[in-house]
Design a protein around this ligand. Structure first.
Ligand code: S3P
Length: 445
């Protein structure tokens, strides 16, 4: 997609109290995995609550191109007919993942364990993101990158291993995508594949593998890390997957309620996986009134209805070891920090440089454009809030859905409106975002 030809600017204006009960779409991480693991299982997997965002639809198309049957039965209801571990067929054309880092990196792992060749590609944002971090371990496992874009980037051609080799791999950065790619390739290898991470990243791959009958052992490693070991060549047995509401999407209406005076919002069925809720801990430290109601278990994950009310926030210091549990939430946390009194320092954010955009730079520019005092110091972002921010800026979103949604949240409660240059990428993870926010009382047009 040519961003300049199809960009749709959008403005958020100061709104009355936000009120209501809503459910945000299904979790993006689990949705990608549901389709990929379903494609690797033998037989039929039923998925309900699948996120029907553009990123996940790309993964569905890729699984079809690799030989799996993927069919939409109704809203969020999908059926996947799997081909078994190592059973992918060579795709007829390039696999285009659009904006989706998770889709492309996990699929590379799955393809690495099959004796086929596939071309991986994506949009201008995805073509800028590093793929060497995935190719390195996969080549140790016997896969071969036969053509790679400059600097280890897309488009690239991967040739899977005929006889994949199990490895012990220590991830260079905490990343669930690297861990998952190695484990997916390890499915086709004999013996044990181990991934060691210094800081625990989201564990949906491990949980889904166990759900499908694979043997996966997780033990602590150091102060914050984990060692994950998979027994190779399992037969993955399909089991129904229920996708809970995405905490990374819930973060936007939740923060909007905290910063918009008089608001009282309930977000239904939000996944409360401990490796995903660093934002809630941080916001509570800032003084946010967030209650987790009706905590329960749904589809193997704990979920709760989150009630968020307008709160006077104060600045806090966010430790670097919390980053993996809220890695996608820094844009909206920076917005919350702009409404707080005092300084918020978010530490250890190097990984934000390689997300859908260079989020550190995009956040700093967006905050400045709206009159907020902020700075980048090394890997840290510092935001000095003074209550309601001035607003009035136009924010460059750089094809990044989370930058877009974060700054729209700001505009709902800043003095003057906030405009984003392009709202189209919101559909990658949160279709219906604008309508949902309007339904709560947000002024977006
Ligand atoms: C994801 C892992 C994270 C996150 C991304 C989803 C996943 O990326 O930012 O949105 O589903 O595994 P990294 O593994 O690169 O940190």
């Amino acid at each position: 997609m040519d961003q300049r030809l199809s960009a749709v600017p959008l403005t958020a204006r100061r709104s009355g109290p936000l009120r209501g009960r809503v459910r945000v779409p299904g979790d993006k991480s689990i949705s990608h995995r549901a389709l990929i693991f379903g494609a690797l299982a033998v037989g039929e997997t039923r998925v309900s609550g699948l996120l029907e965002g553009e990123d996940v639809i790309r993964t569905a198309a890729a699984m079809r191109a690799l030989g799996a049957g993927v069919e939409r039965l109704g809203a969020g209801e999908w059926r996947v007919q799997g081909v078994g571990v190592g059973g992918f067929a060579e795709p007829a054309g390039p696999l285009d993942f659009g904006n989706a880092g998770t889709g492309v990196r996990l699929t590379m792992g799955a393809v690495a364990g099959c004796p086929i060749r596939a071309v991986f590609d994506g949009d201008a944002s995805l073509r800028k993101r590093p793929m060497g971090r995935i190719l390195d371990p996969l080549s140790r496992m016997g896969a071969r990158a036969v053509a790679v874009g400059e600097g280890g980037r897309l488009p690239l051609t991967l040739e899977g291993a005929r006889d994949p080799i199990p490895i012990v791999y220590r991830t260079p950065v905490p990343s669930a995508q690297i861990k998952s790619a190695v484990l997916l390739a390890g499915l086709a290898a004999p013996g044990e594949t181990t991934v060691i991470e210094a800081e625990a990243s989201r564990d949906h791959t491990e949980r889904l593998l166990r759900h499908f009958g694979a043997e996966v052992e997780t033990v602590p490693e150091g102060a914050h890390g984990r060692r994950v070991t998979l027994k190779g060549q399992p037969e993955l047995v399909p089991a129904p997957i229920v996708v809970p509401a995405d905490p990374s999407s819930a973060a936007f209406p939740l923060t909007a309620a905290l910063v918009t005076p008089g608001s009282d919002v309930v977000l239904e069925g939000v996944m409360m996986n401990p490796l995903r809720i660093g934002l809630i801990a941080t916001l509570r430290e800032m003084g946010a009134q967030i209650e987790a109601l009706e905590e329960r278990n749904e589809g193997g994950e704990s979920v709760a209805d989150l009630r968020a009310r307008f709160s006077e926030l104060r600045g806090v210091d966010v430790p670097p070891e919390r980053a993996p549990s809220m890695i996608d939430e820094y844009p909206v946390l920076a917005v919350a920090a702009a409404f707080a009194q005092g300084e918020t320092r978010m530490r250890g954010l190097t990984e934000l440089r390689v997300k859908e955009s260079d989020r550190l730079a995009a956040m700093e520019a967006g905050l400045r454009a709206n009159g907020i005092d902020c700075a980048i110091a090394g890997d840290d972002l510092i935001v000095r809030g003074r209550g309601r921010p001035p607003g009035g800026g136009v924010v460059a979103t750089h094809m990044d859905h989370r930058i877009a949604m974060a700054f729209l949240v700001m505009g709902l409660a800043s003095e003057r409106p906030v405009t984003i240059d392009d709202a189209t990428f919101i559909a990658t993870s949160f279709p219906g975002f604008v309508e949902l926010m309007r339904g709560l009382g947000g002024d977006l047009s």
